[in-house]
Design a binder for this molecule. Structure first.
Ligand SMILES: [Zn+2]
Length: 178
């Protein structure tokens, strides 16, 4: 995440350090920097093992990354949208061992689809749930429910690219379960 400033520059995003987050509109007072700071903490609101079991640890990363594509590399959207597709649509129970396998599948996919881009929904249209909503949750149950709703919300805003994430999901399922 330390390179995010560099990616912002490359994408022509001038970082503001006051007001709401300029990418997801989360109600913070120090802009995107505070949004990223909250994002790095909310994955730990649950006990680690429970977070893995309920997959919130993965869903938070995917939802935040997709809402903030301008501060990540260009293949980042493919990875996080495909993982959400696998979890939300194909009912895959994610775990740490599967993450490098998805990278491997995506590396092969990139070679054949080098010019493909997953376009970001316009700023302001990337879902109504943000890190702030999730951070304000009270208790484990509400937190888990909100993280799943957040991931679902963001995933749906990328509907124009669901055919791409579906394709990558199928390649992944063949690689892992065939
Ligand atoms: Zn944000």
């Amino acid at each position: 995440m330390q390179d995010w400033n560099e990616f912002a520059q490359k994408n022509g995003l001038a970082i503001k350090d006051t007001g709401p987050c300029q990418l997801c509109n989360s109600e913070v007072s120090k802009g995107i920097i505070e949004c990223i700071d909250i994002a790095s903490q909310i994955t730990h609101k649950l006990d680690h093992d429970l977070g893995v079991d309920k997959m919130t640890i993965f869903l938070c990363v995917d939802a935040h990354a997709l809402q903030h594509s301008e501060i990540h590399g260009r293949w980042n959207n493919h990875y996080h949208l495909a993982r959400l597709h696998l979890i939300l649509k194909k009912n895959i129970k994610w775990n740490y061992k599967l993450s490098p396998l998805l990278s491997e599948v995506l590396d092969k996919y990139k070679v054949k689809n080098e010019n493909e881009v997953i376009r970001n929904p316009m700023i302001g249209n990337r879902g109504v749930i943000t890190v702030r909503t999730v951070n304000d949750s009270v208790g484990d149950d509400q937190y888990i429910r909100l993280v799943w709703a957040w991931a679902d919300d963001v995933f749906n805003t990328f509907h124009e690219s669901h055919d791409i994430s579906d394709k990558i999901s199928d390649l992944f399922l063949k690689r892992v379960f065939a």
